[in-house]
Design a protein around this ligand. Sequence first.
Ligand SMILES: NC(=O)c1ccc[n+]([C@@H]2O[C@H](COP(=O)([O-])OP(=O)(O)OC[C@H]3O[C@@H](n4cnc5c(N)ncnc54)[C@H](OP(=O)(O)O)[C@@H]3O)[C@@H](O)[C@H]2O)c1
Length: 337
Amino acid sequence: MTIPTDMTAIAIAPPGGPEALQPTQWPTPTCNPGDVLIRIAAAGVNGPDLAQRRGHYDPPPGASPLPGLEVSGEIAAIGTSVSGWAVGDRVMALVNGGGYADYVAVPAGQVLPIPAGWSFAEAAALPETWFTVTQTLVMRAGLTAGMTVLVHGAAGGIGGAAIQIATILGASVIAVVSSPAKADYARSLGAIATIDYTSQDIVARVMELTDNKGVDRVLDIIGGSMAEKNVAASARGGHIVQVSTLDGGSANIALRTIMAKQLTLSGSTLRPQTPATKAAIANRIRTALLPALAAPGFTKPRITTFPIAEAQDAHRLMETRAHIGKIVLITRFGSGQ
Ligand SMILES: NC(=O)c1ccc[n+]([C@@H]2O[C@H](COP(=O)([O-])OP(=O)(O)OC[C@H]3O[C@@H](n4cnc5c(N)ncnc54)[C@H](OP(=O)(O)O)[C@@H]3O)[C@@H](O)[C@H]2O)c1
């Protein structure tokens, strides 16, 4: 296959509202010795893309300034020091930026095979959120079978991944949502119970559902006043994982309760992690989670697709908070053109 020197990409010019996303001609990335070059079929849209577009989340040094943190597609070229992959392999990858484009170069350790039975569009919806949840809730917070997990934003990308990963690992999820439709979706992914925060008291309901014990783990993207509720809803020895602060970056929490309950509060952002850390997360996903994704009957996350030329509309939909599941952009290659 001939790889063009230039490609079409969606650039942020300059940061602002969805209209900042503009199609542009861009140099095709170089495939360095440790990279694979992926011809992109689909790219997932994530919360951090919106923050980057608004000018609130700069790419780390050396990363592509183009948005897009996860893709699926076919391997178009392989770096000289890479083994285990072949040109034409169908893959999905966590990328360090540059996913809204025709091609992206990515360290080989961040690439995974597409599970059997998954389309490009479905696979592009996985990496960013599954890497984030695997690193934080599983590898850092030690989620194991038998635990109970409270998952906020449960019908979104991160929340949906948390439900599915916890369920695969044998934990039980209580999902926090804002509508009956989102509750139905969370249950379809495996949640054993839901709490509608618009009409129910989260802490009281958690205590009812856990015989007053509280939850062993919390996956929170809300922050602000939710932090206090997370502490109150946690069981002794619990661990609260903070991966975003959509409702506020400051909180008033009861430090004595953290001491009395022996709680841990940890936080993380995925993008600045080293390639070695991202490769370790990929290995964990490959061994602990991919077999379940390929099993017959596995419920895939719901996706809403847009042609990549309509990236602005994709961002507008995400900003409404009405969407359920993931939003995915389809390139010309992904649409078969
Ligand atoms: N730390 C990391 O490494 C990392 C990695 C990826 C993503 N993130 C962050 O995680 C957050 C969620 O990302 P995502 O891709 O899961 O987004 P998403 O698909 O839009 O899901 C967010 C969910 O949270 C709920 N929500 C509750 N309060 C909200 C608020 N104030 N603003 C927006 N949504 C709210 C929304 O439903 P309702 O409004 O119906 O409740 C929605 O279901 C983003 O802030 C993103 O930047 C962090």
